[in-house]
Design a protein around this ligand. Structure first.
Ligand code: GLN
Length: 199
């Protein structure tokens, strides 16, 4: 298998934290600022931040069509928090988001910044390490209000889906990059490796 490269969308938000955790895992990374760079990478993380700002910048730089093509070619994408919103099917600012995963969400549904919280959640990654809870940090997080039948729940918090996957798209409502627990990033890396094996 060729040596792979993981991109982190670096237009706005906490992309540096994702880069840092991937570096600690000895993964080769690249900050993605232009659509043409998608051709160089094997998987992409869309970080948390402000989805309206990220959305505007995606339009400004002409990312959207390229991102769709990137996903349709089977490349894995992982969206955290605002990144989840960008990948969902919901309308924000009169504009349908990328709709690469069949979920509808409500923005800021857990309250304001001051109401941010941490919660130990159960994971279902089908790994031995699932028996340990994952400390999840929610910051003005979106809530998944409905999900299509092909969307798998990989993590839940009080019965609500907070980590989900549909084919090559992974989303979390919380911020795994703000902890030292690498299990979810590791899971995403395995999605990339699996995809490269299939090519
Ligand atoms: N509330 C933000 C939004 O709607 C997301 C917050 C986050 O990414 N931590 O875009």
């Amino acid at each position: 298998m060729k040596e792979f490269l993981v991109g982190v969308l670096a237009l706005q938000g906490d992309f540096r934290e994702h880069i840092n955790i991937l570096k600690k895992m000895n993964i080769r990374t690249r900050e993605i600022k232009y659509p043409g760079q998608l051709e160089e990478i094997d998987g992409l993380i869309i970080p948390g931040g402000e989805s309206t700002t990220i959305n505007k910048l995606l339009n400004k730089y002409g990312f959207k069509e390229k991102l769709k093509g990137f996903a349709e070619s089977g490349n894995p994408i992982f969206g955290t928090c605002a990144g989840l919103i960008i990948l969902a099917c919901t309308i924000v600012d009169n504009e349908k988001q990328l709709c690469l995963i069949d979920i509808n969400i409500k923005r800021n549904a857990y309250g304001r910044q001051i109401e941010s919280f941490e919660k130990n959640i159960s994971l279902d990654l089908k790994q031995e390490a699932d028996n340990r809870k994952f400390n999840s940090i929610f910051i003005r997080a979106p809530r998944i209000i409905d999900a299509g039948k092909n969307v798998k729940t990989l993590g839940n918090c009080n019965g609500e889906i907070v980590l989900a996957r549909e084919n090559n798209i992974l989303v979390s409502a919380f911020h795994p990059e703000l902890t030292n627990d690498k299990r979810i990033h590791q899971y995403f890396i395995e999605m990339i490796i699996e995809n490269l094996k299939e090519i």
